[in-house]
Ligand binder design. Sequence first.
Ligand SMILES: Nc1nc2c(ncn2[C@@H]2O[C@H](COP(=O)(O)OP(=O)(O)O)[C@@H](O)[C@H]2O)c(=O)[nH]1
Ligand SMILES: [Mg+2]
Length: 188
Amino acid sequence: MSLNKKKYSIKIAIAGQAGTGKSTLISTKKTGSFNMGSKMTIGVDFVILEVNHNNKTFQFLVYDLGGQKRFQFLHDSYIKGAKASIILYDLTRINTFDSIPKWISLLTHENPQIPILICGSKKDLVQYEDIKKFEYKWFEFISKIPEKCNIIGHIFTSSKTMEGLDSIFYTLADYLNLSLGSLISKKI
Ligand SMILES: Nc1nc2c(ncn2[C@@H]2O[C@H](COP(=O)(O)OP(=O)(O)O)[C@@H](O)[C@H]2O)c(=O)[nH]1
Ligand SMILES: [Mg+2]
């Protein structure tokens, strides 16, 4: 690797109901192994993830917004500076899908054009029929979402099998690379 290789430094926020697997997802991506025991996220956790994609190195500065309401005041300032976001719902709990609009409101209130990638987590715990059900719910959902909302995709993931984890960050990198161009090309 050349010493002058560019790194693209990107702030992102990860949101979603408590227990959907946000902390597990970023720690699994960071360490490369699934860790069953996870402690409650207090306020905001911060993790740096390096992802190589298309001959570029992306450094994602990931803010994990805890699901607890009392930390709301911390969320707003992080969201303002984020270039993209992930909303996680849990494929084993339908109410976490139904809460997506609440998280979209939170994100877009502070940052109206923020790109949002939606992920259904814990795919290892559900059956094919459940995935079909959520695909159907997704089509219903996306047809009703206001046009100004910048939803960039929907991915099913499992931190246990690692399915979809790379796709999340490749999707964000591809999107930001195209849409932001020089804005993210800060050489570090
Ligand atoms: N089977 C399975 N369990 C998961 C997965 N992701 C997270 N979990 C479990 O779900 C629980 C909540 O995860 P956590 O990361 O703390 O959720 P958070 O509150 O959104 O940060 C923990 O017991 C995790 O071990 C997954 O992909 N598969
Ligand atoms: Mg957490």
